[in-house]
Design a binder for this molecule. Structure first.
Ligand SMILES: [Zn+2]
Length: 199
């Protein structure tokens, strides 16, 4: 069960002061544009390999590179995890505080009936059980940035997913910290682009 992202539309006065590049933040308002929607759906599904049985529908477009988990990357006014885009394109919503998770444990899968909404706690417990926390173990120590930095606890896909959140408020940032096994300061720095500036 993978659980990388969620939407949170609550505004936060502190967060509103944060400068961020609009090109980098995935915007869900594209989904609500009736004129652009068919083209968007066409572009999305052209990158999905569907099957006639109940197997996963895998994303064939860009994915996060190893050692990050290969979540699909869909550009929609910014980079959004493809499975999250699939969830939203299906007409479903992502209530604040919930994540879009995989039942099938396949990060490339965008099949909606393989996805579900879960809490940060659900996912954190699952990550611990599956050994996904602290993914820096075993990495080469002599590299420089991002996941290659010896001290990194987040992967680049994690950072993209965190930044795909829309103005996460303080409570939401707490949940993100729990979900990714980092401090709230780390989450704040990611959102403000004080760290992971190469993404
Ligand atoms: Zn699947």
């Amino acid at each position: 069960m993978l659980c990388p992202s969620s939407a949170n539309t609550q505004q936060c006065s502190e967060e509103s002061k944060v400068r961020r590049s609009p090109k980098r933040v995935a915007r869900t308002d594209f989904l609500e544009d009736a004129q652009k929607r068919p083209q968007l759906e066409l572009r999305f599904w052209s990158k999905v390999q569907k099957t006639s049985d109940d197997k996963c529908w895998e994303w064939t477009g860009a994915v996060c590179k190893p050692p990050r988990l290969p979540y699909g990357r869909f550009t929609i006014g910014g980079v959004m995890p493809a499975h999250r885009a699939s969830w939203l394109l299906s007409g479903r919503t992502i209530p604040a505080g919930l994540f879009v998770c995989h039942r099938c444990d396949n990060p490339r899968c965008v099949r909606v009936d393989h996805l579900f909404l879960g809490t940060a706690m659900d996912n954190t417990q699952d990550c611990i059980q599956k050994g996904r926390m602290h993914r820096t173990h075993g990495r080469q120590p002599n590299t420089r940035i991002g996941t290659d930095a010896p001290s990194a606890r987040l992967s680049e896909s994690d950072v993209l997913e965190i930044r795909s959140e829309e103005n996460p408020n303080i409570q939401r940032r707490k949940e993100l910290a729990v979900r990714y096994g980092v401090t709230r300061t780390t989450i704040r720095d990611v959102l403000r682009r004080h760290t992971w500036t190469h993404l």
